[in-house]
Design a protein around this ligand. Structure first.
Ligand SMILES: *Cc1c(COP(=O)(O)O)cnc(C)c1O
Length: 359
């Protein structure tokens, strides 16, 4: 029986990507060795990196005045590296907060500058977010930071914030899920293990003019400008995670690019929310409709006593890691790009059957 990983990350890979890794593992490009066993500065690997970057540029339509970096340290590494790289000339930054990740980013940044928190979310469900008109940006800040999708509660900010300061965005859990206009942003970052492959690299997309404001203490391997000059090869780039990301990008292009993928994502999420809403005596979601995440669908049981049984039954049906975040309880179906229709169908079938049996 095929199993589906609904965990928040590391997430499942597209099946064609897994097949290719298996096929190429011991003989990458006819070298008679695996991609993980050759130098990052070999001509063949450099060429591969150029293709990986170009495919990402094509998918996201990244303009030429933006650099693309593949760094280590994960999404949370960037919580420190964004302020280190951007607050060297002006210590002020705004942080919009509406969930666990944006809160963590704010706490880390506070160590490096004069950070202002702007809370967008109410404390009790249904969760709604403040509109642009309800808060004031500091237009003189070095940047305004926010998270485009709060993975833990399944909440998505449904507008692009306006500030004269450049936008710095954590897109760890929704990068590559839909087309975006890169020109609206100063810097975008995302760990890879949700929509861009496996853990080990973090993608940073940054406008060139922002490369000049690092704090002197910024470690060289994490200095955006130094890495940009070296095309992410200042030190040994995580070669295998880059290779996997490259396969994911090729798969996404073959699937029709971000427009096709976005409409499939919309449909997958809508079907799950419909099931939850249509059985509201049994299941419920805490997020007001305009702010519901397309990537992380959270839901709860009216009867909490049945939670354990739900998880056990789901796992027996091949539906893995549906537990909600450890601080939140309930359930969370993370349905990133690689989650096929079949996984959604099977989850819906299980939810209907479980409700029928336990109502
Ligand atoms: C998963 C996630 C992170 C954490 O990234 P790590 O690679 O574990 O450090 C950060 N931000 C968001 C929005 C996430 O979903």
């Amino acid at each position: 029986m095929s199993v589906f990983n609904f965990g928040a990350g590391p997430a499942m890979l597209p099946i064609p990507v897994r097949d290719r890794v298996k096929e190429e593992w011991l003989n990458w490009r006819g070298l008679g060795t695996s991609v993980a066993e050759i130098g990052h500065r070999t001509e063949i690997f450099r060429q591969a990196m150029v293709k990986i970057e170009n495919d990402l540029r094509e998918l996201l339509a990244i303009p030429n005045n933006y650099k693309v970096l593949f760094l280590q340290g994960g999404g949370q590494g960037q919580f420190a590296l964004v302020p280190m790289n951007l607050l060297g000339k002006n210590p002020a930054a705004d942080y919009l907060i509406y969930g666990l990740w944006s809160e963590k980013a704010y706490q880390e940044a506070e160590r490096y500058g004069a950070i202002k928190a702007i809370n967008l979310c109410n404390d009790t469900p249904p969760f709604t977010l403040l509109s642009q008109a309800a808060w004031q940006p500091n237009n003189k800040a070095a940047y305004l930071h926010y998270c485009s999708n709060e993975t833990v509660d399944g909440i998505k900010l449904n507008y692009i914030p306006q500030s004269q300061a450049p936008l710095a965005v954590d897109m760890s859990s929704d990068i590559l899920s839909e087309p975006i206009d890169i020109n609206r942003y100063g810097i975008i970052y995302a760990c890879a293990q949700k929509n861009a492959g496996i853990t080990g690299i973090t993608i940073v997309i940054i406008r060139e003019d922002l490369l000049e404001q690092a704090m002197p203490l910024t470690p060289s391997v994490f200095n955006y400008k130094k890495q940009a000059i070296e095309h992410s090869l200042y030190n040994t780039v995580p070669t295998f995670p880059c290779y996997i990301a490259g396969l994911v990008f090729e798969w996404m292009k073959a699937e029709g690019g971000l427009t096709a993928i976005a409409s499939r994502n919309q449909e997958k999420a809508a079907r799950l929310y419909n099931v939850i809403d249509s059985m509201s005596d049994f299941y419920f979601n805490k997020v007001a409709k305009p702010y519901r995440s397309i990537m992380n669908v959270t839901f709860f049981l009216k009867n909490i006593a049945l939670e354990k049984e739900f998880i056990v039954g789901a796992e027996a049906a091949g539906l893995m890691y549906l537990q909600g975040h450890r601080t939140r309880g309930g359930f969370r179906a993370s349905i990133y790009n690689a989650m096929p229709e079949e996984g959604i169908n099977r989850l819906i079938e299980f939810m209907r059957e479980f409700a029928k049996r336990k109502r």
